[in-house]
Design a protein around this ligand. Structure first.
Ligand SMILES: [Zn+2]
Length: 135
């Protein structure tokens, strides 16, 4: 095999990142405004996809929305009227900042710990460790 053949072989064997990640989609929020409250009906699915506890996401939304957020069985109760579009924007940001690895762009991260307003994130796919501002 000459150099160019080797090069071609190497390219052919390189993992195609975009294809690998194609099945990961940030979940859409399924919410409902009831009186002065908003119910997120699919918090279970969102938390599963993020591999985070429901209470983690409740904590993030409490901070982002400046409203009380409680986990209520399979749903999330928000003590304010919030449109589905703004919830989607918040959840999208949560995934982008706190779930999807900033090095390899895979959603295989875990929160390792917290200190002084920062969260320590560890990626199980590539081993990257970094900190982001807490919520
Ligand atoms: Zn990674």
């Amino acid at each position: 095999m000459d150099y160019y053949e080797l090069l071609e072989k190497a390219f052919a064997e390189m993992p195609k990142l975009s294809e690998e990640n194609v099945d990961f989609v940030i979940p859409e929020v399924d919410s409902l405004v009831q009186g002065n409250k908003t119910i997120v009906k699919n918090i279970e699915q969102i938390a599963d996809r993020a591999r985070r506890d429901k209470s983690e996401i409740a904590r993030y939304l409490t901070r982002e929305l400046a409203a009380p957020v409680n986990v209520n069985n399979q749903a999330l109760d928000i003590g304010a009227k919030i449109s589905q579009a703004s919830l989607n924007a918040k959840i999208k940001r949560y995934f982008e900042v706190y779930v999807i690895c900033k090095e390899c762009h895979k959603p295989d991260t875990q929160i390792e710990g917290r200190e002084r307003g920062y969260v320590n994130i560890k990626c199980e796919a590539c081993g990257a460790r970094y900190t982001v501002k807490s919520y």
